[in-house]
Design a protein around this ligand. Sequence first.
Ligand code: WTA
Length: 645
Amino acid sequence: MTDQSNPLPFDSFMNPSLGKYTKIYRDSIENPEKFYEDAGWVLDWYSKWETIIDRTGEPYYRWYVNGKLNISYNAVDRHANGPRRNKAAYIWVDEKGNEKIVTYRGLYRRVNALAKALLEMGVKKGDRIAIYMPMIIEEPVAMLASARIGAVFTVIFSGFGAEAIADRINDCGAKLVITADGGYRRGKFIPLKETVDKALEHTKTVESVIVVKHTGQPVSMTEGRDYWYSDVINDKEEVEPERMDSNDPLFILYTSGTTGKPKGVVHGTGGYGVWVANTMKWAFDPQETDRWWCAADIGWITGHSYIVFAPLILGLTSIIYEGSLDYPGPDQVWKIISYYEVDILYTSPTAIRSLMKYGDEYPKSHNLSSLRVLGSVGEPINPVAWEWYYEKIGNSQCPIIDTYWQTETGGFVISPVTGIGTTLLKPGSATLPLPGIDPVILKQDGGEAAPGEKGLLFLRKPWPGMMIGLNNDDKKYRTLYFGRGKDGYYTGDYAIKDKDGYYWLLGRADEVLKVSGHRIGTVEVEDALLSTGLVAEAGVFGKPHQIKGESIVSFVVLKSDSRMEPSVDAIKEKVRQKFGPLLVPDEVHIVGSLPKTRSGKIMRRIIKAVYQNDIPGDLTTLESEASVDEIKEAIDKFRNEMDGN
Ligand code: WTA
């Protein structure tokens, strides 16, 4: 149970007080034009916008209309040509302790060199490119080079397998892929290029592949299609940044939803840049000499916004770490913090819980006094983990910035804001809305939930960081996110607002799981199971997990025509090969049948209820297509089978 009554006073070290936040927040809601006018100047523009927001295409919103800019100019050039030229943009570290430091000037060289190579390989403004890389400096370089010439990139998380890559490439029509020979995780080699080769057997649009030699492991190169990165770049090249419109797309990031097919969330340029940079300032109050470590993967939105764009726009120094926080030893993360004197650490509740499990002696044996602020992201943080993070890692001196947001929101929407003065934190609450954000909690019937009452979280007003659309899917954009008209943007999350106006996020209200902070759709996993060819029917749901937040449970019916009964391990292995480790269920239960509606829909919620020994509840409202008797019969059969297992 979360304790909502015990706010911790941070007055002693957080200044100024809530008063300043209250005023800024009120101004942002009452006079948004003025507020966003000021916020827009966090970026440099070739020419200024004409209006702040255009609502004519509602629910599509266009920000900083007709403003012209380039994000790579903002992230790189303006620092590389000024006093920050020799400042480290990135300190890259791996599990073995290898280190590479790239200054802003060095980043400028690399981005220009790759941008030129892309142009020479025929990539033009508006073309799509895919990036599938380990956590190395060439990954942000690839994103920035793409932005520099106006191409639209999609980063595919390196934990995805060939089929998942092919699906994404086919959806956006990428014509070039940037990858590496491989990467390392927990000392193990990850064959990225080989996986790309397999994916490209199922795509038609890709003309060329650029391969970074990172591990030196042998890979096969296809003549006329594959090129070594080092062969296509020339450090002396410079490329004038493309003058992009504020509302030109910057990237597409695929994320899981309620249907099997991932959605391609499209982010724009101006509004997105303004939002990520300002939210980072408001929430974390980073200082010029700080070392910022966002320990997420660049393949997810957290890495896009807060390893690449926000810290670079603000001219900060970031750590990029290729590896696991607890490898080779349980104190790896603390070692890196003390060695690099990290000022701000931003990580996930899953990471915090798993580090906590190793015991206090590991953080205690390192000097963590450089830490000033700590952040959390990706899933609700339970108060026990919050307090451990606060006391044992932050020495009861660092505020915990629990940032609530989504791929679609671009940047934080509910979070404490040390930069503009929240004074009270409550362990487990993401606290208050950021300036410009207007949350409301609604009940199923549409009425507003009372303080302390659980409901669905909506954001009523648009904000600059919100997605500009879904790739090729106007219908989903309108129905999934804006289906309730004046209520605004639907987050898909349950939340409550307490009597002090603090928000408590309670997890997804739809068929989306958060497994170790990774966003995974139950239908996506079911589709992956079906596509193994071994399974005829599958029902997937999430079960609470002490460390990972949720784990994936599946019940499957085997194909009757398979000659040899596949084992659970064989099913898991097949999913892993095709889609990568991310979609592999933790549990696979083989049964003879699954409860279904008359129209053949598998009733996940009922399977889950039976599995957890709950009473499935009112069946008539749950599934109206099937008769209650039929459903009961199916459940009884299923229950007997489970007992017999
Ligand atoms: C969940 C990750 C509680 C939420 C940035 C949301 C959180 C989903 C928090 C988006 C938080 C993210 N507290 N829940 N601080 N942050 N979530 O798109 O369910 O990978 O809808 O973006 O993560 O996941 P996504």
